[in-house]
Design a protein around this ligand. Structure first.
Ligand code: G3P
Length: 225
């Protein structure tokens, strides 16, 4: 079953239309058999998770305890989410803006999730990062070149060679799924992603900024059937 993650990010639409988008996503998932998962803002997780497969947009690598403004695996589990995105380009697992990835902490977050039955979707910006993250055995690794995020040129048409190399690399490790994202807006973009070996897609603006989010979700889900 191919995966389609809708990352709500912090768009106003995430709050204003978040529940409607989630209920459309779960209906279309049932109709198409595509595993559609939404990643809403934290304040909507509990409500949306009642009806729709939900992950959070991030997680901190701490156990429950005295950690102000941290989000623990325990909180997301109790809220009904099934997992989390990690290391998204807009929220790198790093202790300084633009600094190196804190791999040990990222591994800790993946381990906490695995030990507690939560899925992990770890984003990477290139093959080198994918090689490192693969050792942590997350549920999935998502290749998203940052310069294409939010634009109209998809990762599958702009970087076909890297997408293929990435998918082959990840598939060589049993049990980890390769996903790709950035600039995916059309069914043709999705078709190309699958041809290159991807097991699914991550999309934000193509759904969140669409005038007709229902049709956008149907269009993007159909090639994943
Ligand atoms: O996580 C998905 C995201 O970063 C891709 O964004 O707007 O290019 O679909 P967008």
């Amino acid at each position: 079953m191919k995966k389609f993650i809708i990352n709500y990010k912090a768009y106003t639409e995430a709050i204003d239309k978040g529940l409607e988008i989630a209920s459309a996503a779960s209906k279309i998932s049932e109709d198409t058999g595509v595993d559609i998962i939404v990643a809403p803002p934290f304040t909507l997780i509990k409500e949306i998770a009642k009806t729709t497969k939900t992950i959070t947009q991030g997680l901190d690598e701490v156990e429950p305890g005295a950690f102000t403004a941290h989000v623990t695996w325990y909180e997301i589990k109790k809220s009904g989410a099934v997992g989390t995105l990690l290391n998204h380009s807009e929220r790198r697992y790093s202790y300084s803006k633009g600094g190196p990835i804190a791999y040990q902490e990222l591994k800790k977050a993946v381990d906490f999730c695995r030990q507690n039955g939560l899925e992990t979707y770890v984003c990477v910006q290139n093959i080198e990062e994918a090689e490192k993250v693969l050792k942590f055995r997350p549920t999935s690794i998502a290749y998203e070149p940052p310069e294409l995020i939010g634009g109209n040129v998809s990762v599958s048409s702009a970087r076909p060679d890297i997408v293929k190399e990435f998918c082959d690399l990840v598939k060589a490790q049993a049990g980890v799924l390769p996903l790709i994202g950035a600039g995916i807006k059309t069914a043709e973009d999705v078709k190309k992603s699958v041809e290159l070996g991807s097991e699914g897609i991550l999309v934000a603006s193509g759904v969140m900024k669409s005038n007709d989010f229902r049709s956008a979700i149907i269009d993007l889900a159909t090639p994943l059937r």
